[in-house]
Design a protein around this ligand. Structure first.
Ligand code: ZN
Length: 323
């Protein structure tokens, strides 16, 4: 069964929360909270939120629902202000408030896991604390799961606010919160990619492909067939996979080749001297599909060695033999 997390995104209409100039806490909390929700759901975690826009349900209703949900963890997303106190304009950093009931230890643990991820963003921390507002303590103690009440930083301190003054930065906080919560839940973090599926830290993607056609009509025919079976498809238009001329062997990336002739007049400043490369075994590291390219191949000393770009060289097919 999937894990469940309740999220309070601080301050519902008409309450903006803390305000400093035209900065409103409710807007920051929303960007952070929605990204947190999205990241958790991407990891198959069920979420409950009190709002997805400024309008939402009351705190009392949210905590009633949170208790009924029987979550595995909970979090409140807030931003701070020190206005009216001695720290006005200078107080900085994240802080998290733990529960004071029987969950106090696990709640502190959850807070710490979130704090670690927040610090990794470069945001300092003021630590894990007990809130002085008893209403807040009562609310977070009512959830029968570890709960972290988080304040990400101070909107009235320009230096602190600079670390979360854009939607992108706010989303990074949401991601950090998600990472901390997932760690607590024992769910392994999965990196996100444009195609939405990747795991671990490996930078390798596995594409599923069903055909390559020279005729667009045939590609569209297969696409239509797959669509009737419920598969989402798209057609990628690419140049010919190998050079059509200057390419007796139609070499491809990864092929092992021997350099049999000096590179042709080499316009690449960092390419090696011609004599040292002749006779050497190299690997194709890149193929330029434009058949008119002066050098259709880039060659490196190791297979897949893209770091050697500019330090190895470029070659004409006529100077290479596949070995
Ligand atoms: Zn607040």
């Amino acid at each position: 069964m999937s894990k469940k997390v309740c999220i309070e995104i601080g301050h519902i209409k008409p309450d903006p929360g803390a305000v400093s100039g035209n900065i409103r806490e409710c807007d920051i909390n929303l960007a952070v909270g929605l990204e947190l929700k999205r990241q958790l759901e991407r990891h198959d975690v069920e979420t409950l939120v009190n709002r997805t826009e400024w309008e939402g349900i009351t705190l009392a209703d949210y905590f009633k629902k949170a208790a009924a949900m029987k979550p595995d963890a909970g979090i409140s997303v807030h931003s701070n202000t020190a206005a009216g106190t001695s720290g006005a304009g200078t107080a900085k950093g994240f802080e998290a408030y733990r529960q004071t009931n029987s969950y106090n230890t696990v709640s502190a643990n959850l807070c710490q896991l979130i704090e670690t991820e927040v610090k990794a963003l470069g945001q300092p921390s003021r630590g894990i604390k007990v809130h002085t507002n008893q209403n807040i303590n009562n609310y977070i103690n009512s959830v029968t799961a570890p709960y972290a009440y988080c304040e990400l930083g101070f909107i009235d301190n320009p230096a602190d606010y600079a670390r979360f003054n854009t939607e992108t930065k706010q989303k990074n906080f949401g991601t950090a919160y998600a990472k901390g919560i997932l760690k607590y839940l024992g769910v392994t973090w999965k990196n996100e990619t444009a195609s939405g599926d990747s795991s671990g830290t490996a930078n390798i993607m596995y594409r599923v492909q069903t055909g390559v056609f020279g005729d667009k009509k045939n590609a569209e025919k297969l696409q239509a067939e797959l669509k009737t079976k419920g598969y989402e498809t798209f057609v990628i238009v690419s140049d010919s996979e190998t050079p059509t001329s200057n390419s007796p062997a139609a070499l491809k990336v990864g092929d092992r080749v021997r350099v049999t002739a000096a590179y042709a007049a080499n316009t690449f400043a960092k390419a090696p001297s011609t004599s040292s490369a002749v006779g050497g075994v190299r690997y194709i590291t890149r193929v330029f599909t434009d058949s008119t390219a002066l050098f259709p191949y880039q060659i490196g000393v190791k297979a897949g060695d893209v770091s050697s770009i500019n330090t190895t060289g470029f070659a004409k097919a006529s100077g290479l033999v596949k070995v």
